[in-house]
Design a protein around this ligand. Structure first.
Ligand code: ZN
Ligand code: ZN
Length: 337
């Protein structure tokens, strides 16, 4: 079967690999669409903190069930979405029904070979029905679930003033789900093109382009209150630390981003606000189901989010090209027939 392998940083090759064999508790999936995300670009560039090469990337997946064990709840031909966060099932987090922050989590396409290939074996419990979604739409559920999870972690409720920092794909998803939760949403980014794009996708959201007057503009916009909830989706230490400035007294900041660094803050500033700083890692079945229902109900401009496409066989030349198109790229989807 055709597979795209990242053999070392900066090098993608097409390989003909043996099809994987079915095992107990698993289903064999024919991959139909693969979303490309920041993680994949980081792996390709060699900036992922703990990656072992060679690696088949790809964790944003949809496909068709082609082989199951006797007694499976799945049927051949079922269209499914893959939850790529494989939990151990027994650690302290798993016991608390928080498999998204399992101590021993394995992420498809990161810790183990992922979906840039024709067939993949997935535990049945990690597969959710795609219902009426197209395969391309279904491959976008995972990245949207990351933002939806951050919104849930922030306990955003109707009327909350919400600032999303970072207008990349994760930030856009967070902004859309913050609106669905009833929040009044503003978005801040360093890149004016990204803010212009966000305005057309997240209708009614206020945009801020980071500049010398940003703090004053935001203070004025919120009548000096700042925001009830700030959702950070930047992946930048400096931006994450600055995000705290925009939290209201009694408010919260959710770090959807992760950086391999220390985040520091001024304790009197934090204490005076009785601020909550909340981590948000990956997503759970509840988030996936919320995203699937929201797409189905027409609340997400799903097809506009898919800005770039390619076939799997063309990915070794397309992925490096997309690296240079980050201003216009929201979500690239790779397709297989
Ligand atoms: Zn991703
Ligand atoms: Zn676990």
């Amino acid at each position: 079967m055709l597979s795209v392998v990242c053999v070392e940083p900066g090098k993608l090759t097409l390989e003909d690999r043996a099809e994987p064999a079915l095992a107990a508790g698993m289903a064999k999936i024919k991959v139909r669409s693969i979303g490309i995300c920041g993680t994949d670009f980081h792996i390709y560039e060699g900036s992922h903190p703990f990656l072992q090469y060679p690696r088949v990337m790809g964790h944003e997946l949809s496909g068709e069930v082609v082989e199951v064990n006797a007694g499976s709840a799945l049927t051949l031909g079922d269209r499914v979405i893959v939850n790529p966060y494989l939990p151990c099932g027994s650690c302290v987090a798993c016991r608390k029904e928080k498999p998204n922050c399992c101590t021993n989590i394995r992420v498809l396409g990161v810790h183990t070979d992922g979906g840039m290939t024709e067939f993949i074996i997935i535990p049945e419990g990690q597969l959710y029905p795609a219902n009426d979604l197209s395969f391309a739409q279904a491959a976008m559920v995972e990245f949207l679930s990351i933002g939806a999870h951050g919104v849930r972690r922030g306990e955003i409720k109707s009327g909350d003033r919400v600032l999303v920092v970072g207008a990349g794909p994760i930030g856009l998803g967070a902004a859309l789900f913050a609106q669905i939760a009833g929040g009044s949403v503003a978005i801040l980014d360093v890149n004016a093109a990204r803010i212009a794009g966000a305005a057309s996708l997240v209708k009614g959201a206020k945009g801020f382009v980071l500049g010398a007057n940003t703090d004053a503009e935001i203070a004025q916009y919120t009548n000096g209150d700042m925001f009830d909830v700030v959702l950070d989706a930047t992946g930048s230490k400096r931006a994450m630390e600055a995000s705290l400035k925009y939290v209201a007294h009694g408010g919260s900041c959710v770090f959807i981003s992760v950086v391999k660094d220390q985040i520091t803050f001024d304790d009197p500033f934090f204490h005076a606000r009785e601020m909550r700083i909340i981590g948000s890692r990956n997503a759970t079945k509840q988030d996936f189901n919320h995203v699937i229902a929201s797409i189905k109900n027409g609340k997400i401009p799903i097809d506009l989010l898919n800005t770039h496409t390619a076939e799997l066989k063309d990915l070794p030349s397309k992925l490096p090209q997309w690296l240079g198109e980050q201003d216009s790229l929201i979500k690239a989807i790779v397709t297989l027939d």
